[in-house]
Design a binder for this molecule. Structure first.
Ligand SMILES: Cc1cc2nc3c(=O)[nH]c(=O)nc-3n(C[C@H](O)[C@H](O)[C@H](O)COP(=O)(O)O)c2cc1C
Length: 151
């Protein structure tokens, strides 16, 4: 099984591309990952995942992109959901021009935590020019995943 499942929510491809870029960078560090389109994965699969990274943009007025909306509804309304088996992180992609900056990523983070998921590394909210903050965040993720693979 892949060490990290990278699930992307994307309307026009930016978050999708970034998800693949992250996967390649992890690969170069010897970390196995699998990129998946949230629109093609049943949200109930979350019970089978151990480590996930959600890479998602935000659309409308702070809403999920279309392919991530089923996941958002599932996490929002599944009251009895227990995700204490799950380690996760979230990369939100957005634009500070909009009042609900990276809201979809923030909401995923909130619901995953609310249902008992454990944060691998804190969420990052990425504006249009995010390279400066993204590098250190990815390095931290790599470090944490490497430590876990040794456990
Ligand atoms: C119609 C529209 C609505 C948007 N709404 C938001 C928003 O509410 N919050 C935000 O942070 N970014 C918002 N964005 C910016 C996108 O999240 C950003 O362009 C992102 O890079 C798109 O990634 P994607 O191609 O993976 O969907 C919006 C963009 C468009 C075109």
């Amino acid at each position: 099984m892949a060490l990290l499942h990278i699930l992307f929510g994307s309307q026009t491809g930016n978050a999708q591309n970034l998800a693949h870029q992250i996967s390649q960078e992890l690969d170069q560090s010897g970390i196995e990952s699998l990129v998946m389109d949230m629109g093609e994965v049943d949200p109930e699969s979350i019970h089978h995942f151990k480590n996930i990274l959600i890479v998602t943009s935000t659309y409308g007025d702070g809403e999920a992109p279309d392919n991530a909306s089923d996941w958002m509804s599932y996490l929002k309304f599944a009251d009895e959901l227990n995700l204490s088996h799950l380690n996760y992180s979230v990369l939100g992609l957005g634009d500070t021009y909009y009042p609900f900056f990276c809201q979809c990523g923030k909401d995923f983070d909130h619901y995953l935590s609310k249902h008992g998921g454990h944060s691998l590394v804190p969420r990052i909210d990425c504006d249009l020019y995010y390279e400066e903050q993204y590098g250190p965040w990815l390095n931290e993720l790599i470090k944490v995943l490497k430590d876990r693979s040794r456990e």
